[in-house]
Design a binder for this molecule. Structure first.
Ligand code: COA
Length: 174
C-alpha cells in the first residue's frame, strides 16, 4: 500500500475535513461513480450532503474514516449505526470514496479493513451496503469477503443521467 495513514476522524476534526470530503464526493461523481448524485455535480450539492453526514458524525450516529498523507485526504468511508432498537449489532457501510488521483494503490481496501476492524471492536458485528452492480466497489467488496445477496435491476440512474443501473446488496458478518 501507499504510505497513507487510515484513521477515524474525531468529532473535533470533522468540520476541518469538510472541504476535502466535499472534493472527494465531487470528484467521484464527476468521474461517473454512482453515489446518489447525477451530473452536473456541484460543490453546493456535495456540501449539503456532507453537512448532514457531519452532523451525524458529531452526534455519534456516523463514524468517518479517512486515508490521509501529508495532511491531504485522498479517501474516505463511513460506518452508519443502525438506529433501530433491535439492531444494535448492525451498521451500514457508506460513501466509500477514493480520489481519482489516488486509486488502485490499495486505499479502498485499507479503508474497508479499518472500518471493519473498528466495527468489530464496538460490537457492530453485521455490516450491510449497496453498490452499483459491476462497479469498482462491487469488486472491492467481493475481494474483501463480503457476501452478495441480491441485485435490483434499474435501481438508480447513472451519474451521466443516461440509463438506470442495477444495485448489488452485500453483507458481512464480522
Ligand atoms: C471503489 C473505490 C473506492 C476503490 O478504491 P481504490 O483505492 O482504487 O481501491 P483499491 O486500490 O483497494 O483496489 C482497486 C483495484 O486496484 C488494485 N490494486 C490495489 N493496490 C494496487 C497496487 N499497489 N498496484 C496495482 N493495483 C493495485 C486492486 O487489486 C483492485 O483491482 P480490481 O479493481 O481490478 O479488482 C474507488 O474506485 C472509488 O472511489 N470509486 C468511486 C466511488 C465508488 O464507486 N465507491 C463505491 C460505492 S459504494
Amino acid at each position: 500500500m501507499s504510505d497513507h495513514v487510515i484513521r477515524l476522524l474525531a468529532p473535533r476534526e470533522v468540520m476541518g475535513a469538510r472541504p476535502a470530503l466535499v472534493d472527494l464526493l465531487v470528484d467521484a461523481v464527476e468521474g461517473g461513480a454512482s453515489v446518489n448524485f447525477v451530473w452536473p455535480m456541484t460543490r453546493e450539492k456535495a456540501e449539503k450532503w456532507w453537512d448532514g453526514a457531519l452532523s451525524g458524525a458529531l452526534s455519534g450516529e456516523r463514524l468517518i474514516f479517512v486515508a490521509e498523507r501529508e495532511g491531504v485526504i485522498d479517501g474516505t468511508v463511513q460506518l452508519i449505526m443502525a438506529p433501530q432498537e433491535n439492531q444494535p449489532h448492525r451498521a451500514d457501510l457508506g460513501k466509500m470514496l477514493v480520489h481519482r488521483r489516488a486509486r488502485r494503490r490499495g486505499l479502498g481496501g485499507a479503508l474497508l479493513q479499518a472500518a471493519e476492524d473498528h466495527a468489530r471492536r464496538i460490537g457492530r458485528s453485521l455490516l450491510t451496503l449497496d453498490t452499483e452492480t459491476d462497479g469498482d466497489g462491487e469488486r472491492l467488496y467481493a475481494r474483501m469477503g463480503w457476501v452478495k445477496f441480491g441485485e435490483v435491476p434499474g435501481y438508480a440512474l447513472r451519474a451521466d443521467v443516461t440509463v438506470p443501473e442495477g444495485a448489488s446488496f452485500f453483507y458481512k458478518r464480522l
